[in-house]
Design a protein around this ligand. Sequence first.
Ligand SMILES: Cc1cc2nc3c(=O)[nH]c(=O)nc-3n(C[C@H](O)[C@H](O)[C@H](O)COP(=O)(O)O)c2cc1C
Length: 185
Amino acid sequence: VTWFEALDTTLDEVWQELLRGQGDANAPARQPTLATHGLTGFPEARTVVMRSATRKSAELEIHTDRATTKVSELKTRPRAALHIWVPQRNLQIRIRAEIEIADRDRTDKDWRKVPTASRENYGVNPAPGTPITAPNQIERSADPERFAILICRIIEIDTVCLTGPLHHRALFRRADDWKGQWLAP
Ligand SMILES: Cc1cc2nc3c(=O)[nH]c(=O)nc-3n(C[C@H](O)[C@H](O)[C@H](O)COP(=O)(O)O)c2cc1C
């Protein structure tokens, strides 16, 4: 039996990939696609960096600029999807998560750990998404008030593995204590 033929080893594989994403810049889970409910009715998807993954609580963390559109979207509807494609494993990971924007204490604590060179990513003016006349018409400032941590509390994980003659699809739900259920692919 290979990993994708059993539910528990499929979930182990997912977490191995997520945990690899925390530290390894080349791991597919390092740069998931984060999708939100757009404010104009279109879904919005963008690449982000996954900063940390914790299996016990089934939580992932993402850093962003508080002034980005995604933060407004998540304040309006605090639910998101994360998509990861792992080519070496032929594995698609789709995550549904509830998003909490971390409180001030937590944000202040983590800001100290953000490398100086990266701090300027939080505080571009005018705010991200504002029309400008030329690409250099911005100012960067490292602004701790603009730093935000998105805590993604995973509710469901939907996996598809295309290795072998059979395609394997499974759904893992927090509500079922992650025991997993096969789905038609
Ligand atoms: C490789 C890559 C990594 C990125 N990482 C992040 C990130 O960790 N956080 C973030 O807010 N934006 C990140 N971005 C930028 C987003 O994709 C997006 O353009 C930006 O956050 C504005 O999105 P929004 O207007 O939908 O909020 C990254 C972009 C690329 C290409």
